[in-house]
Design a protein around this ligand. Sequence first.
Ligand code: FAD
Length: 483
Amino acid sequence: MAKDTAKPVILWFRKDLRLDDNRALDAAHRSGRPIIPLYISEPEAAGTGPLGAAQAWWLHHSLEALDRSLRKRRSRLVLASGEAFEVLRAFIRESGAEAVFWNRRYDPAGISIDVRIKHELEKQAIEARSFGGQLLHEPSRLMTGNGTPYRVYTPFWRALEGGGEPEPPLEAPAKLRLASQLPKSEALESWKLLPTKRDWAGDFTDLWTPGEEGAHEKLRAFIEDALDGYKENRDYPARPATSMLSPHLAFGEISPARIWDATRGLSKRVAAADVVHFRKEIAWREFSYHLLFHFPRLASNNWNERFDGFEWRSDDDDFRAWRRGMTGYPIIDAGMRQLWRHGWMHNRVRMIVASFLIKDLMIDWRRGEAWFRDTLVDADPANNAASWQWVAGSGADASPFFRIFNPVLQGEKFDPDGKYVRSYVPELRELGAKYIHRPFEAPRSMLDEAGIALGQTYPKPIVDHALARNRALAAYNATRDAA
Ligand code: FAD
């Protein structure tokens, strides 16, 4: 054990709010030096825009949870805000720290900040060490035979699957050595991350327990109750069939290596196809980061430039109806209200609502991406941008533009008895399964019996899907002709 006079190492937490499988933490601990655990609220690191309101709520609770875990190990979290390099410099001066360790992040704004900080610290003879762990593999590691980045998911997956197992996860240290002189922490409350005027996050706790304990509990429950059958069930939004690990991954409360490891050796209890399918979804996250790393403008520019000439509509009334879940298409409205109520939406429904915004309403995918960024607890710079471009047809390996989801048929296929719609659109609760996805076709007597007055208690459709579909295809063909 090093003496108390040893100079501390600053452990800079970012999107890795965990002690388990945290390589920077592990290295700091093994160095034997006292540790200053630090989180910096960096306004400039948001890059693609300010931290969304839903994620601000999550961050507040996640930082509290991280502090609790550190205290159990005789340590605690120090909070500071400002430009990261300035904060680190002040802390180094005050504490005499001789090293700063962190885990790498892969969003463009984060990368450019980190590169500069590493350079500046090294100039001042401060040891600056960064580690992997946010992803299974570094986004630059997997490349095609030509040495170029992958643009298509399936060969990427084959390379990932065939490229050897990810590094095994590391256990959290049982005890941590805290620096004796800790710089003063800011108060978390002073960051005002929680809703102030109206508690729109009141229902979030129905679903979520931010922090690594919550993450591990979600993983355990998923493997126990839902992984078997995942491949089939994952498309049905009323079934509790997916892991709901996405916000925990977005904040780094659990590592993908820990998840990968937990799905090893389950073949006696769980069909191999389900494990592979789940791992393939984790690999979509890797692929999205691979795309973002090699195409940093993923959230702002069409990957496929042909879409630059697309004539988007800028109808604010339609956009508002979509955001508020008042389009008159029950599956869309249920999804958008699930998003508002719980800060999350089922993947199948995300695809349907995104298709509706982009194709039926012809509103620019970037407006949808920004709304999701503000309202999702799992908003992720890579997954969100890549997924929106996938639906739009403008992305790498995207769904073709002409694949336009019919919101009624999608609802009937994936929510056949209307259970999902009824849980988020109470106005339709009494309507039978036959018309639950098409109330605008229900006989008047049936609507009366269900207490529904279309246009009053529940909206009429804001567009006719068949006409909207033709309009979108015509706009797409015009783009193609112009290209
Ligand atoms: P599971 O089915 O349990 O999957 C496990 C994990 O795999 C997820 O937590 C996620 O990390 C990853 N994953 C699953 N599907 C995808 C996918 N299609 N692309 C990339 N990674 C995936 N996911 C986000 O994490 N953040 C976002 O901001 C986000 N925005 C999206 C926007 C649109 C328009 C669409 C269509 C999808 C978006 N997704 C996003 C992907 C997907 O919907 C969510 O990851 C998933 O619904 C999260 O639920 P889960 O953890 O229960 O998923």
